[in-house]
Design a protein around this ligand. Structure first.
Ligand code: F3S
Length: 106
């Protein structure tokens, strides 16, 4: 399955949802996750993300492995998002910030 990682936090461009054939994305206040029960490993979303936040679960960087469980957990709580919406106005500024997990809103 594919996993959204920390680069998405506070960036939330939502280009990814437009290409997902199974509508697997779920939306939180400032982050999206992929429902592992819906993802069919099509890979289409990976190239769409302007901040390269999406990885195959096998390829998630070591320091972000916790996002695999986080996607699974939050996918159960959050609602589907199927249409692109404008990114936050300050998304560009957050694109290069590291260690954003502390800013995740639930
Ligand atoms: Fe997030 Fe990238 Fe989608 S910033 S909302 S994973 S296009």
């Amino acid at each position: 399955t594919y996993v959204v990682t920390e680069a998405c936090i506070k960036c939330k461009h939502t280009d990814c949802v437009d290409v997902c054939p199974t509508d697997a994305f779920r939306e939180g206040p400032n982050f999206l996750v992929i429902d592992p029960e819906e993802c069919i490993d099509c890979t289409l979303c990976v190239a769409e993300c302007p901040v390269d936040a999406i990885y195959a679960d096998d390829d998630v960087p070591d320091d972000q492995r916790q996002f695999i469980a986080l996607n699974e957990e939050l996918a159960k709580e959050w609602k589907p998002i199927v249409e692109v919406k404008p990114a936050p106005e300050d998304a560009g500024m957050w694109a290069t910030v590291k260690d954003k997990l502390k800013f995740l809103e639930r």
